[in-house]
Design a binder for this molecule. Structure first.
Ligand SMILES: *Cc1c(COP(=O)(O)O)cnc(C)c1O
Length: 501
């Protein structure tokens, strides 16, 4: 091998030198490998011979140069879609360079090491106070809250607090605690179905309908009983971006309480809306201004504008988080209380959340969300004019728009075909059925994020119209598939009838 570290291949230092390795070499012979590993030179661990396939299912016998490993993975992920053209996700895909700088300064710190990194711990605490205040907690300085990996973890913690609170209350009254249930609409995010499943709680769905495509207050009233640990309302339904009427549902539960004595708490899943409504719709009452709202979660990595994964949950008052759920650990030095599903977590996202709070302030969040919403309204206004479509939501709640095909527009293509065609331009726009009882309706949804500029929106619109024109020009049905299978399937070997393998 005519290779030396002066070659372009060897830019950068190798990870190991031959001395570190020599004493291991005799033990490292793998029976299935014909090459005599014990004889390798300093060069061999770092070379990928031409045509070699990267290991997929087995730790390779030998390593490779950092640059080679980097290139291999870098080239592999080039096949991913572009995050900027991903109109399916709610999650932040861009932060400014100074935020990136802060990220790289902090990625080696473990958030749980609060004694070792007291300043980081304090910054997390500041974020909790800021959110408690933003959502009108009666005592933002003393209430409870934690950061999490995202809303999924936050929802689990919120649900657990509801369950424990209900259990403690029932025990005091000498009543059974074996059949808890939780009430939400059929359009809840999947995490609530997981929560009910993992923690043995009966999920009670209030199905959506064309008249009420979100949690129906009447349906809530007919679903709750003495075993209900809580009602979950969503501020920004994942499917459509609509806000559920938290205030109206709370009023119904107030009336129920005055009639029956049942006191059923509300958790607001504000994964997206928690960072939109306070700035764009301050007139909507949905947060701790409603006494019945006991906890609220948000994803910092959605409209909080931080990279994944960071979430938050805040309780209305300290006593809304049952004390017996909190653990106190001393093995990191000091005495630290913790309520979380994870122990070790990256701390950089917490710092980036605080960075955004400092950098943007209320004014900055308002300006950014307002712009994002104006892009959503621009798009929905244009899409409304496309004769094939019927607009379902226009982006005036979350900056999310959804539309369906009008009945009888064409028998040749559907929204799955349109989704596939848009993908040829690079756009990732999902089509999917609504949840029960509207599962016969298929919709297409665009989530507008800060990164999606008015200029990009105009290009998107052009490509949307081009896609429709192309599909309309087909004189036969495009496909019989109803689901779209664009993603590369994991582990599927390449096969084709004309290629011998
Ligand atoms: C995104 C979302 C979740 C899950 O949040 P992650 O931050 O992705 O874990 C839960 N509920 C709603 C309403 C959401 O939009």
């Amino acid at each position: 091998m005519g290779y030396s570290f002066n070659d372009s291949l060897g830019a950068g230092l190798p990870l190991f030198n031959s001395h570190d390795y020599s004493h291991h070499s005799k033990r490292r012979v793998h029976p299935g490998n014909p090459s005599p590993i014990h004889g390798y030179s300093i060069h061999s661990p770092f070379i990928r011979k031409g045509g070699e396939i990267l290991p997929h299912d087995r730790l390779p016998e030998q390593g490779m140069l950092p640059k080679k490993a980097y290139e291999a993975i870098h080239n592999d992920i080039a096949l991913d879609g572009s995050p900027q053209l991903n109109l399916a996700t709610f999650v932040t895909t861009w932060m400014e360079p100074t935020a990136n700088q802060l990220y790289t300064e902090a990625f080696d710190k473990n958030l749980i090491d609060k004694d070792e990194y007291p300043k980081t711990a304090e910054i997390e605490e500041r974020c909790i106070r800021i959110l408690a205040d933003l959502w009108h907690a009666p005592h933002p300085h003393t209430t409870m809250g934690v950061s999490t990996t995202g809303s999924s973890e936050s929802c689990m913690l919120g649900g657990l607090a509801l369950k424990r609170r209900w259990q403690n209350e029932r025990k005091k009254q000498g009543k059974p605690i074996d059949r808890p249930n939780i009430v939400f609409s059929s359009a809840v995010q999947v995490v609530w179905k997981k929560f009910a499943n993992y923690w043995d709680i009966e999920p009670r769905y209030v199905n959506i309908s064309p008249d009420c495509p979100y949690l129906d207050p009447k349906g809530v009233l007919s679903s709750v009983d003495e075993n209900t640990i809580g009602v979950v309302t969503t501020l920004g339904v994942t499917y459509t971006g609509l806000y559920e009427p938290v205030e109206q549902i709370a009023k119904c539960l107030d009336e129920l309480q005055s009639r029956t004595g049942l006191n059923i708490p509300i958790h607001v899943d504000a994964a997206s809306g928690g960072f939109i409504a306070p700035f764009l719709q301050p007139e909507i009452i949905w947060d701790f201004q409603i006494e019945r709202v006991k906890s609220i979660n948000v994803s910092g990595h959605k409209y909080g504008l931080v990279y994944p994964g960071i979430g938050w949950i805040i309780w209305r008052e300290a006593e809304d988080l049952p004390e017996d759920l909190i653990f106190h650990v001393s093995y990191l030095g000091g005495n630290m209380s913790t309520f979380a599903l994870s122990f070790t977590r990256p701390s950089a996202q917490v710092l980036l959340q605080y960075y955004n709070f400092l950098r943007l302030g209320k004014e900055g969040y308002y300006e950014i969300q307002k712009y994002t919403q104006s892009v959503a309204l621009f798009l929905s206004n244009a899409i409304q004019k496309i004769e094939h479509f019927e607009l379902l939501t226009d982006g005036s709640h979350l900056p999310v728009l959804a539309w369906r095909l009008k009945e009888g527009h064409s028998s040749h293509w559907n929204l799955y075909d349109l989704s596939r065609t848009l993908r040829t331009f690079g756009w990732q726009v999902p089509a999917y059925p609504l949840p029960p009882d509207m599962e016969n309706v298929t919709i297409m949804r665009v989530v507008v994020r800060t990164e999606f500029s008015m200029e990009l929106a105009q290009v998107f619109l052009m490509n949307l119209i081009e896609s429709i024109t192309y599909l309309d020009s087909m004189d036969r049905p495009v496909s019989n598939e109803t689901k779209h299978h664009i993603a590369f399937k994991k582990g599927t070997p390449f096969s084709h009838p004309f290629v011998r393998t």
